[in-house]
Design a protein around this ligand. Structure first.
Ligand SMILES: *[C@@H]1O[C@H](CO)[C@@H](O)[C@H](O)[C@H]1NC(C)=O
Ligand SMILES: *[C@@H]1O[C@H](CO)[C@@H](O)[C@H](O)[C@H]1NC(C)=O
Ligand SMILES: *[C@@H]1O[C@H](CO)[C@@H](O)[C@H](O)[C@H]1NC(C)=O
Ligand SMILES: *[C@@H]1O[C@H](CO)[C@@H](O)[C@H](O)[C@H]1NC(C)=O
Ligand SMILES: *[C@@H]1O[C@H](CO)[C@@H](O)[C@H](O)[C@H]1NC(C)=O
Ligand SMILES: CC(=O)N[C@H]1CO[C@H](CO)[C@@H](O)[C@@H]1O
Length: 474
């Protein structure tokens, strides 16, 4: 079975009327993130979730007989290694050491690529950024297909639209040459603004097509049903009552990245509750980058508590009030973590910077991959006014909501190596420009509640080393 094959095949598409539109000039961008694994245990775990679409194999196919004897095959790498441009006369281009691939379409021709190898069962993740602007009439495809008139096929097709109108994601499954199993979706994000991951999981039990969502990206780790993934994976809610809180963690690990999440915090009297969203590695010398949201009585302000752990050691707290009500609506909280710096952002405004000062002897998290975690728990022994105000359980259950998790600007750690083979990406070397520096100073002047670097009483032996370098930005 060819994993990716060109779309100019002889197969008749006349049953799909939207394809008769005139093709207009267009530009497609793919980013490699090909992770093909025939790891059946992980595939089975995914099965228990509800993805965009599940198709049960209607017939026992001959392939099934060989499943158990198949070796586990893990493929990772670049477009160079795994893909060949199959048509389009130079309209398909592999760029940047094989990390990117672009396909383009003009009046004369489109373009396409296919995998060099064939696969029998796979999990394939592909990051795709679609044609922006007026893409009406264009179709971008990403699919698995075997060959011949009795072929099998698993399709993602993205049907463009006029500017401002939504793409349609068209899916289909062919078996033994027969398709007619279309399902179409609108997406809950703009697929042209950035890369998003689209996955095909294909094993002997079922086929799952999925796009970035909480089902695909997170595992519930605790809380006995109190963590809920809703709306087909678009929304995650965590709840807390007297018996338990709840939490999730990302399936993937990352070594550097810009991670975005939108949160709407517990409403009303949230005193004593803590909502967290953080990155963490494992073990006693773990690294960690924390956002914690300390609840309060109705009308009193939340505190955003931040911390950075390196080699198991934290004690680098900075706290802030927000300039809006974080319970009224979703806001974006981001962590930029690259080799030079860690920046905490709230709606794109930097609130805290922790620079790499390793050359001055300050440890910096730069070699332990981290997962993304989120949780909601009771911390009324310290959270609100230092523990003075206790959780009022008559308001339980407390609920915090999460959506629009984005990890498309992150280096995924898999098979013992990073997916960023060479980092030409701007976030990887990003630091604060002068505008952001001014925003940061505005936040630190007006909204900072606590800074460990100013807490002389706490460090009678002297402030931590990083504070002596730079008390405003450390
Ligand atoms: C394009 O936008 C229109 C109007 O919102 C919508 O009805 C249609 O489903 C969209 N997608 C395609 C592929 O036409
Ligand atoms: C809660 O409100 C009080 C009174 O405004 C304030 O002192 C405190 O910092 C607020 N936040 C927390 C988490 O205690
Ligand atoms: C707890 O909340 C309930 C309902 O909002 C309220 O009636 C009660 O007075 C609160 N208890 C305390 C100790 O504030
Ligand atoms: C990565 O890029 C640098 C220049 O930015 C280059 O010197 C190096 O050879 C590249 N590494 C690989 C593996 O392509
Ligand atoms: C502290 O940070 C500011 C802003 O980045 C910079 O201008 C200043 O030189 C830094 N001071 C030290 C001691 O690093
Ligand atoms: C199948 C395959 O190519 N696996 C490779 C994935 O990347 C690691 C690290 O570079 C290699 O050691 C594997 O051989």
């Amino acid at each position: 079975m060819a994993l990716f094959s060109s779309r100019n095949s002889s197969r008749s598409r006349s049953s799909l009327p939207y394809l008769v539109f005139l093709l207009i000039a267009a530009f497609f961008v793919f980013k490699v993130d090909i992770l093909i694994s025939q790891s059946f245990s992980s595939a089975r775990r995914n099965l228990e979730k509800t993805p965009n679409r599940i198709v049960m194999n209607p017939k026992k196919s001959p392939e099934e007989h060989v499943v158990d004897s198949l070796p586990v095959v893990l493929v990772n790498g670049t477009f160079d290694q795994h893909i060949m441009i199959s048509w389009g006369d130079d309209r398909g281009k592999i760029l940047e050491n094989g990390e990117f691939l672009t396909l383009s379409l003009d009046k004369l021709s489109g373009s396409g690529f296919q995998s060099k190898k064939e696969y029998l069962f796979a999990k394939v993740d592909m990051q795709i950024k679609l044609v922006p602007g007026n893409s009406a009439g264009t179709v971008t495809t990403f699919y698995l297909s075997s060959q011949g008139n009795k072929h099998d096929e698993i399709d993602f097709e993205f049907l463009g639209n006029s500017t401002g109108n939504p793409y349609t994601l068209h899916t289909n499954v062919f078996s033994l040459g027969k398709g007619n199993r279309e399902q179409q979706f609108f997406l809950w994000f703009d697929p042209t603004a950035d890369y998003h991951t689209y996955s095909i999981l294909w094993n002997s039990k079922c086929i799952i097509l999925a796009s970035n969502n909480f089902n695909q990206d997170f595992d519930v780790t605790w809380g006995d049903g109190r963590a809920k993934v809703l709306n087909n994976g678009k929304l995650l809610t965590l709840s807390l009552d007297k018996v338990s809180g709840s939490g999730v963690k990302s399936k993937k690990e990352y070594l550097f990245g810009r991670i975005d999440m939108q949160l709407k915090l517990v409403r009303g009297n949230s005193a004593g509750t803590v909502t967290t969203y953080y990155l963490s590695s494992q073990g006693s010398t773990h690294d960690e980058i924390d956002f914690e949201f300390l609840g309060n009585l109705s009308g009193d302000p939340y505190i955003v508590h931040t911390n950075v752990y390196t080699q198991g050691k934290g004690d680098k707290e900075q706290q802030f009030y927000l300039w809006f009500d974080p319970t009224a609506d979703f806001h974006t909280y981001s962590i930029l973590w690259n080799p030079q710096t860690i920046i905490f952002y709230v709606d794109s405004t930097p609130i805290r910077v922790f620079k790499n000062m390793k050359s001055s002897g300050v440890p910096y998290p730069n070699n332990q991959p981290m997962r993304v975690y989120a949780s909601l728990w009771n911390a009324d022994d310290w959270a609100t006014r230092g523990g003075l105000i206790k959780t009022n359980w008559s308001n339980a259950p407390f609920i915090a909501s999460f959506r629009n998790f984005k990890d498309n600007n992150a280096c995924i750690w898999e098979f013992g190596k990073s997916s960023c083979t060479n980092s030409t990406k701007s976030w990887f070397s990003q630091e604060l420009d002068s505008t952001s520096q001014a925003r940061l100073q505005w936040v630190q002047k007006n909204y900072m509640v606590y800074n460990y670097c100013n807490d002389i009483n706490r460090f009678p032996q002297g402030l931590p080393l990083e504070c002596t370098f730079n008390s405003t930005t450390s």
